[in-house]
Design a protein around this ligand. Structure first.
Ligand code: NAI
Ligand code: 13P
Length: 329
């Protein structure tokens, strides 16, 4: 595969950080941003103060408001938020370049993973998934990070990994697209729960218990949907779960922290420019879990807290009062 220009759809924090990484060795990168101010800031000042402040960007990154300008890119990183991916991709005419999906979520309504949405919008397009423990601001600064690069076509996956790898950005190959997507989508919901624990002052023991039992939930759901256990235990699953459940740098964790402090989800989500994907994935994940016949009590608790139906104390009591059971089921 000969590739000449990397395209990025989405000028948020992660799209910008990935553009910066891709451009770090002189490669030209074209990024589509929805906001005119982001396009102008990148082109005129090599910065994206709206979504990725305090990071000087490479001059090799050019920005556009026209999605169709990406038509001559031969690899496209798709980094629009999960709930907007269908509409964003659908409004573009971007040829047959491999689509590397980077959003972490499940589409509300259809209950579809991003690879399923992309396959509907661009039937036959080569698809890969890039997911892992990667806070955008760290990656943009060139700090070391590793990700899962999942693609059913091993040759294409290897070619994309080679193309995206940089000295401090290391993709690990996988053929398990579903597993990589489920890890990234579910960890965002669990990060909200861990933020609640932090906000309510429930302690480090409770947080570790939530991460472990959350991982059990992620694994049950993932296996039911055909994911491989090794993928869920890898960078895009457990790796990202640990990162996101440990830091207020996570938007999902900080949303949960606010809930734990007694604020309402409505207030916390109102007027924010940045996306906390877990808030939108939680309800559809709960539905998908019912369809798959899988118990996801932490996800249910997060849904109830977001809906404002229960207090934090009630949700915690309900989780602790569940019938005793084996750890491994
Ligand atoms: N920020 C991070 O550290 C990481 C984010 N991700 C994932 O990347 C995806 C994008 O997140 P960020 O770049 O962080 O976004 P962000 O929170 O920095 O910015 C919000 C993005 O949403 C876009 N947006 C808002 N309304 C839209 C609409 N109606 N249609 C299309 N786009 C719309 C904005 O243009 C902007 O690009 C998410 O799925 C996130 O989970 C993955 C890894 C790391
Ligand atoms: O996905 C991420 C890190 O891998 C970013 O997490 P948040 O979306 O919670 O900020």
């Amino acid at each position: 595969m000969t590739m000449e220009k990397i395209g990025v759809i989405g000028g948020g924090a992660w799209g910008t950080a990935l553009a910066q990484t891709a451009a770090s060795e002189g490669e030209p990168v074209l990024i589509w941003a929805r906001e005119g101010e982001v396009v102008r800031a990148i082109n005129d000042h090599c910065e994206n103060p709206l979504f990725l402040p305090n990071v000087p960007l490479s001059r090799k990154i050019r920005a556009t408001s026209q999605l169709d300008d990406l038509a001559d890119c031969d690899a496209i990183l798709v980094v629009a938020p999960a709930q907007h991916m269908r509409e964003t991709l659908g409004s573009a005419s971007i040829g047959f370049a491999p689509l590397i999906l980077c959003a972490k979520g499940i589409e509300a309504g259809s209950k579809k993973l991003m690879s399923e949405v992309a396959a509907e919008v661009y039937p036959g397009a080569p698809i890969a998934v890039l997911s892992g423990p990667t806070f955008a601001h760290e990656v943009a600064k060139g700090l070391p990070a590793a990700v899962t690069l999942a693609c059913e076509d091993a040759e294409l996956g290897a070619s994309i990994a080679q193309r995206l790898a940089r000295p401090n950005f290391r993709p690990y190959l996988s053929s398990d697209v579903v597993g990589a997507e489920i890890g990234g989508a579910v960890k965002n919901v669990l990060a909200i729960a861990c933020g609640v624990v932090e906000g309510r002052g429930l302690g480090q023991n409770a947080r570790a218990a939530l991460i472990s039992r959350g991982f059990a939930e992620m694994t049950r759901f993932g296996l039911a949907r055909g994911a491989q256990a090794e993928t869920l235990a890898g960078l895009s699953g457990l790796g990202d779960l640990v990162l996101t459940c440990s830091s207020v740098n996570s938007r999902n964790f900080s949303l949960g922290k606010g809930l734990g402090e007694g604020k309402s989800a409505e207030d916390l989500l109102a007027d924010r420019a940045t996306v906390a994907e877990g808030a939108f994935t939680a309800p559809v994940l709960r539905e998908a879990a019912v369809d798959a016949g899988v118990e996801m009590p932490i996800t249910e608790a997060v849904c109830a807290l977001i809906d404002g139906h229960v207090s934090v104390d009630f949700a915690v009591e309900a989780l602790m009062a569940r019938p005793l059971k084996s750890e491994v089921r």
